[in-house]
Design a protein around this ligand. Structure first.
Ligand SMILES: C[S@@+](CC[C@H](N)C(=O)[O-])C[C@H]1O[C@@H](n2cnc3c(N)ncnc32)[C@H](O)[C@@H]1O
Length: 224
């Protein structure tokens, strides 16, 4: 009996030692095609973050799980996350994607075409999320993916609750804040806002939450 705790400790050490390798394996588990590599490269040149392959795979999975016909995306970037979402959506589904930078959306448009999606599968809306989202239909969306201005995530949460149908899903990219969300010491406003978001989602009676440790942290919640 006395040897049990020692054995458990040993197992924990093995898991800890391999954890980074396991996470790297999980992140690269679903391969990306040429269109995604092209979009990723355009984003890198423009100095933009894109979701990691693992986060992209999770987004595709989530879109398929809710059988998404209508998805709203905040922060088109050069289209990496959009391609993953479109892959998971129904074949007749439409991605509505919002970004204030027309040149980002132009790259995304090309990337979607290269990935084989017909032009009517995506609706590009140029503009800032908080100007555009109020114009979108109540309960008209199966999934909302938030990857725009992290200072505005709490406002995106309010808008998402209005936009989602019951059973729909909201996802926020990057909530680990590159490790700063759980870091001690003074943190920038962006990190403080991420912490507020994490609290608000966890405490909401309207949401069933889960924080997926993919990429830089993908906070997900289903609207009851
Ligand atoms: C990290 S990139 C998005 C990357 C993209 N989701 C992907 O993984 O391919 C963030 C994008 O949000 C856009 N953005 C910044 N502020 C925004 C706002 N207020 N509303 C909507 N988009 C915004 C930026 O122009 C940029 O293209």
């Amino acid at each position: 009996m006395q040897s049990r705790p020692r054995q458990r400790q040993g197992q924990e050490r093995v898991i800890t030692g391999n954890r980074q390798t396991s996470w790297a394996f999980a992140d690269a588990y679903v391969a990306e095609d040429d269109a995604l590599h092209w979009a990723r490269e355009r984003a890198r040149e423009a100095g933009l973050r894109s979701v990691t392959p693992g986060t992209g795979a999770a987004l595709g999975l989530l879109a398929a799980t809710v059988d998404a016909k209508a998805v709203a995306e905040i922060g088109t970037g050069c289209g990496v996350s959009g391609i993953h979402l479109l892959h998971g959506m129904r074949p007749d589904g439409v991605l509505t994607t919002v970004d204030p930078e027309p040149e980002h959306q132009q790259f995304a448009r090309q990337a979607f075409r290269a990935a084989g999606f017909a032009s009517n599968r995506a609706r590009f809306i140029p503009g800032r999320a908080l100007d555009v989202l109020p114009r979108l239909a109540d309960a008209g969306y199966d999934l909302v993916f938030c990857d725009g201005d992290r200072l505005e995530y709490l406002d995106y949460l309010d808008e998402s609750l209005r936009l989602l149908r019951p059973g729909g899903l909201v996802a926020f990219e990057g909530v680990f804040g590159a490790g700063r969300t759980v870091g001690s010491g003074p943190q920038p406003t962006e990190v403080l806002r991420l912490r507020e978001l994490l609290r608000a989602v966890r405490e909401s009676q309207e949401l069933v939450p889960s924080l997926l440790p993919v990429g830089d942290g993908l906070l997900c919640a289903v609207k009851r």
